[in-house]
Design a protein around this ligand. Sequence first.
Ligand SMILES: [Mn+2]
Length: 301
Amino acid sequence: MAPYDFLPPENFLGLDAAHTAYQASRVVVVPIPFESTVSYMGGTKNGPRAILQASMQVELYDRDFGRQPALEYGVHTLPYLALAHGNIESALESIAAVTAEHARAGKLVVGLGGEHTVSVGFGRGLAAVYGAPVLTVQIDAHADLRDEFEGSPYSHACVARRLLDLGPVVQLGIRSLSQEEAELIDATPSDTLRVFFADEIHAGRAHLAELAERVRDRTVFLTIDVDGFDPAYVPATGTPEPDGLSWLQVLDIVRTVARNARVVGFDVVELAPQPGMHAADFLVAKLTYKTMSEIIAAGRL
Ligand SMILES: [Mn+2]
């Protein structure tokens, strides 16, 4: 039995029953309020609820498409996942099992974190259905390439290192890493690990052509740590870093990946909602909607 908790107060985008029925929906949203290894400021367990609530305010009409995409593809929102805290291995197994269940049904699976550790389970679930390698595209301020952190191989600081077990990793927006991580990046072939640091992205748009080539026709898991954004956009996150990406820079990356790769799932993690900072919640909700619309519109799933 799937380890679900209770029903969310509202579904993603606040759609009516006709556009949220499981069978007819192309997209399944999985709220994962998991928080265990956070190292600085907490609160990511409240991320899924804040995203769902903010999504009620997102316009269904999208000017980029000239229509209301969600009404065409349908979005089914699952209840919050109830996960065992204190046992990360079993939590990751549950996340992987739920992700696989809905991927196997042919859905675009969308995870709402929660801390970034949930992405390890999410990626494993996708790999179980689509087969390795699954290429991870990671938007993040942090490299997350530590082999272990504070005694755990499943710290949010180790996410990308674990996802490297599933296939290559392409990172974008990175601007904080340890010496150990810098040495690993230097020692790893770019076909396995390519890091587009934030300054490379700020320098122009040249990274988009290379990104398109690296992901072209690959099976991709897109993981968006919202601290990839500049804190001016998303201050409500546990470990903010200056000099981050803008809304348009992130959208350019999402569009490039959606239009060139076969994206089989994505997650949005590390929002730690703060009272009075609802702009961040809304940005994340809108980004989630635009990302699912881009992936469905690309017609590759
Ligand atoms: Mn991060």
